[in-house]
Design a protein around this ligand. Sequence first.
Ligand SMILES: *[C@@H]1O[C@H](CO)[C@@H](O)[C@H](O)[C@H]1NC(C)=O
Ligand SMILES: *[C@@H]1O[C@H](CO)[C@@H](O)[C@H](O)[C@H]1NC(C)=O
Ligand SMILES: *[C@@H]1O[C@H](CO)[C@@H](O)[C@H](O)[C@H]1NC(C)=O
Ligand SMILES: *[C@@H]1O[C@H](CO)[C@@H](O)[C@H](O)[C@H]1NC(C)=O
Length: 426
Amino acid sequence: MGSFAFSVFFFLISSSIAQTTSFRPKALVLPVTKDSKTGQYITQISQRTPLVPVKLTVDLGGQFLWVDCEQGYVSSSYKPAKCGSAQCSLSSSKACGDCYDGPKPGCNNHTCGLFPYNSLTHVTTSGELTEDVLSLQSTDGSNPGPIVVAPKVLFTCGYTFLLEGLANGVKGIAGLGRGKVGLPSQLASSFSFSRKFAVCLGSTGVIFFGESPYDFLPGRDISKSLSYTPLLINPVSTAGTSFEGEPSVEYFVGVKSIRVNEKPVSINTTLLSIKDGNGGTKISTVNPYTVMETSIYNALTNAVSAAFSGVPRVKPLAPFGLCFNSSNLGSTRVGPPAPIIDFVFQSPTVMWRIFGSNSLVRVKDDVLCLGFVDGGVNPRTSMVIGVHQIEDNLLEFDIARSRLGFSSTLLFQQTTCSNFNFTSNA
Ligand SMILES: *[C@@H]1O[C@H](CO)[C@@H](O)[C@H](O)[C@H]1NC(C)=O
Ligand SMILES: *[C@@H]1O[C@H](CO)[C@@H](O)[C@H](O)[C@H]1NC(C)=O
Ligand SMILES: *[C@@H]1O[C@H](CO)[C@@H](O)[C@H](O)[C@H]1NC(C)=O
Ligand SMILES: *[C@@H]1O[C@H](CO)[C@@H](O)[C@H](O)[C@H]1NC(C)=O
């Protein structure tokens, strides 16, 4: 039933694309900026008929795109998903609802619903599943190319109150989760390219959907220098609200051990595997710093402290637990000199190496702190790799092959995530 519904849906999308555009892109590109006040990563898409720009907070683990339909949603191509439709089964929605205040965007009868979630405030609600036109910029991997249109992209309606806690001007969340209604899978089926995407976040950044290359000035194709580790499925949903039996759409990876200056840190490895939906390691664009279960956090902090014993300590500044006087520390190409932290994956040679630019945070002119935070003794997920650790790293999430490609810091390759050339050659 599920796969039959999916193929019907896919056929509808591809046939209407062929009518509206003859150019079939291999990849799309979205520019990303970091909001200075909230630290959130913000992108902008064009949606609706007529098209309007919509600012969105990027949530790597978000289930789908949701936008505020309560205020200012005007579109002649808005089309709610009727209960029992292929769209509803694609989304695995098991909720069918009526709304007595419409019809209007966000309020239609006999429409299936999902649960839009604000991952910053952990607030969730229910909203109707619907589709509308989405327009994005294509890319050859080096520059932006022609604008392309996906006529039917599913999203969920949220409400104005759900925007609370999001950066100024933002109207929703771009969910990049691995599920069928996540933006990566929908864009892949709209344009028939691979179900994969890459994020590169820094002071500004970029998201690619579809095929590589991922070119950053000066002339570096980062797809050529990636290491790979399997993406793992957490069988229990980690969303705010979900239907029973749904797996998590977040991106989990198998960190097997942690090393500091190549010496293993002694940690309880049971915490690193996923059991009954608990434990394991995921990647997040919502947490500003990597969050670790207390015993892992303490072990890492002690190891870094010992490896950095020559550097004077200063009183820690919250949320950090280990800070240094950096006035005599100097700097390197990859940030302040710091003990090297490795997240080791499926074999001792596959590791995500973390240098000073990603491990230390400058909190004052002469104070640097270890940019990891204590997540308490019983968190749902033992390690959540956060924004500071992924900045100026390229991460490729290949959903079809279920693997993560990672670059470590681009500073070693003399580039940054801000160096994609956004001058259009179209
Ligand atoms: C939904 O149906 C009810 C009656 O079945 C009707 O009163 C209401 O106006 C309808 N709402 C919309 C949005 O069509
Ligand atoms: C390791 O962690 C697991 C899961 O929290 C716990 O049950 C176990 O007692 C821990 N082992 C040690 C040696 O602390
Ligand atoms: C750091 O050390 C310098 C001397 O090397 C001192 O002047 C400064 O006050 C120290 N800063 C802090 C925050 O302790
Ligand atoms: C950026 O791309 C444009 C268009 O292809 C090109 O003219 C320009 O030289 C590029 N900039 C750099 C710094 O290479």
